[in-house]
Ligand binder design. Sequence first.
Ligand code: APR
Ligand code: PHB
Length: 394
Amino acid sequence: MKTQVAIIGAGPSGLLLGQLLHNAGIDTVILERQSPDYVLGRIRAGVLEQGMVDLLREAGVSERMDREGLVHDGFELAFEGRQERIDLKTLSGGKTVMIYGQTEVTRDLMEARKASGALSVYEASNVQLHELKGEKPYVTFEKNGETVRLDCDHIAGCDGYHGISRQSIPADALKTFERVYPFGWLGVLADTPPVNEELIYANHERGFALCSMRSKTRTRYYVQVSADEKVEDWSDERFWDELKQRLPAETAARLVTGPSIEKSIAPLRSFVVEPMQYGHLFLVGDAAHIVPPTGAKGLNLAASDVCTLYRILTKVYHDARTDLLQRYSEVCLRRVWKAERFSWWMTSLLHRFPDTDDFGHRIQQTELDYFLGSEAGRKTIAENYVGLPYEPIE
Ligand code: APR
Ligand code: PHB
């Protein structure tokens, strides 16, 4: 088998890159370890930056998002009995975010891929990357008990944090940056009406809480829990009780509870590898970096990597600009680190850390009070939350 770009992983990164390249007349094959249903079963984030919304429109996969997604002009921060709104639209010069679940983005992209006729191989096992630094890279994988060889020009490693792509790079060619936080997020999905029209991020002495949503009838709520907490110990009742305690009283009084459809605990981590390229292999999205979910940046960073690689590869195939390939990593990393910084900062600002003393608490309260009380502070939060601009490739 032969293609121009071999894409490893059919999460949002791989599927979106595949769609953009297909539209540009560039041939791709996507290799995914899991089945389509498994991929769609994962519950992930749901806030899309303006840049990602625009990219989905450019890819021609925005019809349902534009119909069903909820445009949010702001969000709320609750702390110390106060509830303050960040007016994203006014503070960022007109930008907004779109509430539309990653699962729905993935579903739309899967359907577009199917309609395009481009090849995706699901349940491809033992994917291996070869000759990454050589003249002719290729990928091998197993399907229905047979080993298949896929020759290609370039490989896009879109296979997430646990994927094979990053692991195929010699350890001494990569530098890793990591911070693991001493807590996780317990999330619940429920078919209940949202407690508020906009998202509420709450800093409470019992720990962080977030009120989010997927639609006007489906909610996603989170509470900070300690790193060793077990999901089995959290009945729906215990979850709703804990959430209510962490919200401002009148918000808690409005909260509509119901049976959970999904409940899981996610650890919080910041992680970056440098560089994001090794020979013919380009790391994209979660394969190269992880952010804690506090700023809703994970999926959006994947989209900006995809955009950068797509713009470079179209110049390579249409204008023979192979010189641009070596720019991929530095262009991506500048934006990646800014989102890493914002996610780390939002996490530090809003969570309870087990080793924070009284002085640390006052500093945290004062930082919130200072940023919210200053126009410059609110603008800083807003411009990061709606997403910093995509970096040009030259
Ligand atoms: N071979 C083939 N496919 C693989 C392999 C492998 N060895 N390892 C992992 N995969 C697949 C996974 O099954 C998954 O479908 O790669 C895909 C990676 O998808 P994601 O983890 O969703 O990563 P990405 O597409 O970069 O999405 C960005 O943003 O909000 C965050 O974590 C959230 O998933 C989200 C991410
Ligand atoms: C979500 O809806 O799952 C969500 C929203 C905002 C975040 C993180 C997660 O910051």
